[in-house]
Write a protein that binds this ligand. Structure first.
Ligand SMILES: *Cc1c(COP(=O)(O)O)cnc(C)c1O
Length: 416
């Protein structure tokens, strides 16, 4: 069916075999790719105390978290349930950074009780922590630097109109509040968005944080957040990690010298670590020739990978089962009863019914943003590790979808 030597493989495991063994649609993650990215990030920085805090909202399967932990990567979470998941994977609370976005105070209190590092994202939150805990709970402060970067409006978080963080111009108010309650400030944080177009944005962030640091003598770390750009298609710009690491390391060393001691440098990559590792495999249900275009209809949709519809994201598509077919233009669409387009006028090797397609670069915000819309369960997840494919999440069944529903019984109308 396909040429042996051209068959698409992950660590020597044939993708078609994975499709056969686990069924479709299925998310497959290549553990080697994740380890490579971690190593690359780490080796890009020299002479600084670097900590990688994986933003696990990108992909939080327990086996992925255990892999991260085995590589000495810590975590950033945005909810207490994410923290609980990380702890289930073996993380200590002290290794978990909790970054809320206007979360209710009861949840912040749970996070404090668990012993997470609290990243305060508003003045009211700092005040509430001071009123409730006095000087006993050290915090990190999330600053909004009024810097615009990021792939598109929905993923820009550091501009002046964004809901995230405390605007930099409120520096006097921050200082007054932490002094009033004696709150130890152990970290400063900026996360300016995803997919920076400009490699120098991290240096601009550094300048804001370095300047601010003079108000806070007890810092243990500075957290530069994320924004690493991943190349989704050929010719896409990707963050040059080597260059970034060199520039930021140099600037940070200089800062530490001025500050008077060495503190930790943190990053919170999500996408960078897991995007490329992930593939969404799907079966071709129907190839439908209309007067204007030929549709490839697959047995998945925006319910499983929403990025194309939500962010206009490009995902490369590979025809796994017919890689040598003559190339033709196709519009690849999902089965959801709604406009549900993965790719318009995409050149692909001839697509036939029951071919297997792979949507590439689907590791980050793929499964995690999946829903059960149209009463369709979420896909299975598989990890290829050490040349072997492991099921790491079962496919959702009809029974799973019913769980939690409670039926009210009504008497049927009787006609008179
Ligand atoms: C989402 C998020 C990240 C990760 O962003 P990526 O673009 O996936 O690397 C990091 N930090 C915080 C606070 C986030 O909310």
């Amino acid at each position: 069916m396909y040429l042996e030597n051209r068959s698409y493989q992950i660590q020597g495991v044939r993708v078609l075999d994975i499709a056969d063994q686990f069924g479709l649609p299925t998310y497959v993650y290549d553990a080697d790719k994740i380890i490579q990215k971690i190593d690359l990030l780490r080796s890009s920085f020299t002479g600084v105390d670097l900590k990688i805090k994986y933003a696990l909202k990108a992909l939080s399967n327990l086996s992925i978290l255990k892999l991260m932990r085995s590589q000495g990567v810590e975590v950033d979470v945005v909810s207490v349930n994410e923290a609980r998941l990380a702890m289930r994977a073996g993380y200590e609370p002290s290794q978990i950074m909790y970054t809320p976005s206007g979360n209710r105070f009861a949840e912040i209190q749970e996070a404090i009780a668990l012993g997470l590092t609290i990243n305060a994202d508003s003045l009211p939150l700092i005040e509430q922590i001071g009123q409730t805990y006095g000087s006993t709970v050290p915090i990190c402060i999330r600053i909004n630097p009024s810097i615009i970067d990021g792939g598109n409006l929905k993923i820009q978080t550091g501009h002046a109109d964004s809901k995230f963080g405390i605007p930099n111009q409120y520096r006097p108010q921050i200082k007054a509040l932490v002094e009033q309650y004696g709150i130890p400030v152990i970290g400063l944080h900026i996360h300016t968005g995803s997919d920076f177009k400009d490699g120098n944005t991290f240096l601009k962030i550094a300048d804001v944080l370095f300047d601010l640091a003079s108000d806070f003598p007890d810092l243990r770390f500075m957290d530069f957040g994320s924004g690493f750009k991943v190349a989704y298609r050929e010719g896409d710009h990707a963050t040059d990690l080597a260059e970034l690491g060199q520039k930021v390391s140099a600037a940070f060393k200089e800062f530490c010298a001025r500050y008077g001691r060495n503190i930790e440098l943190w990053f919170e990559p999500g996408k960078l670590l897991v995007s490329e590792s992930g593939h969404l495999l799907a079966n071709v249900n129907v190839v439908k020739e209309n007067p204007t275009r030929t549709f490839v209809q697959v047995d998945t949709g925006l319910n499983h990978l929403i990025r194309p519809m939500m962010y206009d994201a490009w995902h490369d598509i590979i025809n796994v089962s017919n890689p040598e077919g003559p190339e033709t233009l196709y519009t690849v669409v999902g089965y959801i009863c709604e406009t549900d387009t993965f790719a318009t006028d995409r050149l692909l090797p001839q697509v036939r019914t029951n071919d297997v397609l792979s949507f590439e670069n689907a590791g980050a915000y793929g499964f995690m943003m999946a829903s059960t819309y149209n009463m369709r369960g979420r896909p299975a997840e598989v990890m290829v590790y050490d040349g072997q494919a492991y099921l790491i999440r079962e496919r959702e069944t009809f029974e799973d979808l019913l769980r939690g529903q409670i039926e009210i019984e009504f008497t049927e109308l009787t006609t008179i």
